[in-house]
Design a protein around this ligand. Structure first.
Ligand code: K7E
Ligand code: CUA
Ligand code: CA
Length: 649
């Protein structure tokens, strides 16, 4: 393949290490019976000695002035980066270009620091069983996407998926805390997600009102034990969730398994790339076809069909479902869906900042497929026969393409998992080359990353305000890039300066396992609050004098305040077998003055931020004295900030 000719690496690499990685990855695929001629693409590289422990910085840098990208003490970063935490179930906030970790936002996981999954308020958001225990305490976050106004981020919300249990969560960007979690009906393996960017019908609604959710695992519907081993009856659902209420609005029955989701800038289309149009249940079966699809959804038509009642229901779910299968949508002029064939088992679909194209990465094919938005609309209009006619380019870019980011100069940057590179390619050149122009050369540059990138993203690249400054490569392996910390390595996020013709690697950031997706947002878009409004909490105790113990039978409520360096009650007495609820209001108004509250032997541990109220409920079954203490260093007398809970036998 011509695209794999030797090119001078921008950053000199130790050849021994790179060879080891490429051959391992390829051997892995080949071992699975998928050699696909990959061996021919294995770069011939001389075996080298093991990497020297320390390289002279200037030599390794190829002349890059790293100090340009440093954020000196006291200075602030230019961008926020919101990153999913994979199987940790959380979301993280980093600063860029520094790579500083600012915060971990618990979402589907339990977090001792803030008491997520411990306080009554957070349990209610996560969801509980009848006995008050958490319904789920695990999660797998892959895709984070903020809400939009007029094609760019409005700083209101971020939406994130839970692949394990089919849930969508919303995070408020003013407090950077999760405020809503919804379980999608009849969905397994909810993977791709993307908010819409405006309303397809009402021009005045130029902001996010819906979030689209693809599902990856097809199951019998309803999945209640019938048709267990009749895969022909399995199918997936594409779900639309109301961004405000977070309730599912409607679902679409589709052929194939959905991976990523993307939305158009005009609100008319959402799409999802699909890798198992075969409907297989083993991975060999999922690889049978030469082509899978990128399926497009006509939002206005689907909503009209829902309104007209052309729907059915699955099991006990009340959410209306429309039929988006190929068989039911043969006539383009009435079709709800359009299945555009793309090379087998694609991974990732991303929209160019000008809204004109969708780039589907090939994964098992060394190509990216460029689909033109206007041509998809033409297909829905009956002006194009073959959905494949919406494809305007399919450049060969390298091995294992997964995800694509864009700059503001018409270039795309795609992660190559197997080649362990980022490839920069030009969209216009790719279109010309597809039309037969031999002089057009789509691939402009490549840069090695350490190692095997998954997602990659450009600064503001998923908005019309893409600024073409940085690309962040979230890599799946870090091997020898950081001090060893035992068998579980950190992942590496590498920052690449894309402002010039050549990409420049400017920083290695270690990231806690396992980020899939990140979003790089200009800092001026985010407006946070530093102190809560005490009036937001109906159960707040607004004055320390109002602290009290209320008993109703075996139920005891402690109304408590914190104000450095003391709690509003120095002690309280309860009885064995009581159900105790502690409602704690932090009366401190000073920014950054957080108090913690822990009770030994009772599994209680949470914090209250300035002017915030939180509550916990627990059973007292162990008579004795328990020192409830402040866990967050708040004052010179922080250690003295404690109260006694006396539990009578
Ligand atoms: Cu976005 Cu990792 Cu879920 Cu690609 S997926 S890497
Ligand atoms: Cu309050 Cu430490
Ligand atoms: Ca397939």
């Amino acid at each position: 393949m011509s695209v794999h000719k030797e090119e001078e690496a921008v950053i000199p690499q130790d050849p021994g290490r790179r060879k080891f990685l490429n051959t391992t990855a390829i051997a892995g695929l080949a071992g699975a019976g998928l050699s696909m001629g990959l061996a021919a693409c294995n770069k011939e590289q001389p075996a080298g000695p093991a990497a020297p422990a320390v390289k002279p910085i200037a030599a390794a840098a190829g002349g890059v002035d790293y100090t340009k990208y440093e954020v000196p003490p006291g200075q602030l970063d230019t961008y926020y980066s919101f990153s999913s935490g994979g199987e940790s179930g959380e979301v993280r906030i980093y600063g860029l270009p520094s790579g500083r970790l600012f915060k971990r936002i618990p979402v589907f996981n339990i977090d001792c620091l803030v008491g997520w999954g411990i306080t009554n308020e957070s349990k209610k958001i996560i969801g509980t069983n009848a006995d008050g225990s958490l319904k789920y305490c695990t999660g797998d976050t892959h895709h984070v996407h903020p809400s939009y106004t007029d094609g760019t981020y409005n700083g209101k919300h971020i939406f994130v998926n839970d692949k394990i249990h089919g849930r969508i969560a919303r995070i408020r960007l003013d407090t950077m805390e999760c405020d809503k979690i919804t379980e999608l009906p009849n969905v397994q393996g909810y993977h791709g997600t993307f908010p819409d960017k405006r309303d397809p019908v009402d021009e005045k609604i130029n902001y996010t009102t819906r979030v689209f959710c693809g599902s990856e695992f097809h199951t019998p519907q309803p999945n209640d034990g019938r048709d267990l081993n009749d895969p022909k009856k399995y199918f997936c659902l594409f779900t639309c969730v109301d961004a405000e209420t977070m309730e599912p609005r409607w679902q679409v029955k589709v052929d194939g398994n959905m991976d990523l989701v993307a939305t158009s800038y005009d609100g008319k289309l959402a799409c999802s790339n699909q890798y198992n149009t075969e409907g297989g249940v083993t991975y060999e079966e999922m690889m049978a076809f030469e082509r899978d699809s990128c399926v497009f959804f006509d939002i206005a038509r689907i909503e009209a069909a829902v309104k007209a009642g052309k729907t059915f229901h699955i099991g006990s779910s009340k959410v209306p479902v429309v039929d988006g299968t190929k068989a039911a949508n043969a006539d383009p002029r009435t079709a709800l869906t359009c299945y555009v064939p793309v090379p087998k088992n694609p991974h990732g679909v991303n929209v160019t900042p000008d809204g004109k194209y969708y780039a589907c990465a090939g994964k098992l094919s060394p190509t990216a497929t460029l689909i033109e938005h206007d041509l998809v609309l033409k297909w829905f209009d009956g002006q194009l026969k073959d959905p494949r006619d919406t494809v305007v380019a399919e450049p060969e870019i390298g091995l294992g393409p997964l995800h694509t980011g864009f700059d503001n100069r018409g270039n795309a940057y795609t992660t190559l998992f197997l080649d362990s590179q980022i490839v920069k390619w030009n969209i216009d050149a790719a279109i010309k080359s597809f039309k037969g122009d031999k002089a057009a050369k789509p691939v402009l540059d490549r840069i090695d990353v350490e190692y095997q990138p998954g997602h990659g993203f450009t600064s503001m690249g998923e908005t019309k305000e893409a600024d073409g400054k940085f690309f962040l490569s979230d890599n799946k392996f870090s091997k020898d890039r950081f001090l060893p910390v035992g068998p579980l390595h950190p992942e590496s996020a590498q920052l690449i300066d894309i402002s010039g013709d050549k990409m420049k690697l400017v920083a290695d950031h270690s990231v806690y396992s396992e980020p899939h997706d990140s979003i790089i947002i200009r800092r001026d878009i985010i407006r946070t609050r530093q102190v809560y409004d005490i009036n937001e909490f109906p159960n707040a105790t607004k004055d320390a004098k109002d602290c009290r113990v209320e008993r109703k039978g075996k139920k005891v409520t402690i109304h408590l305040t914190s104000q450095a360096p003391a709690f509003g009650l120095r002690e309280w007495t309860v009885k064995r077998g009581d159900e105790v609820t502690i409602i704690l209001t932090n009366l401190d108004k000073v920014e950054d003055l957080t108090h913690g509250f822990a009770i030994p032997k009772h599994n209680i541990n949470f914090i209250v931020n300035p002017q915030e109220t939180k509550s916990v409920t627990f059973k007292t079954d162990k008579p004795g004295v328990y020192w409830c203490y402040c866990t967050s260093f708040c004052h010179a007398l922080h250690l003295e900030m404690r109260s006694r809970m006396l539990v009578e036998a």
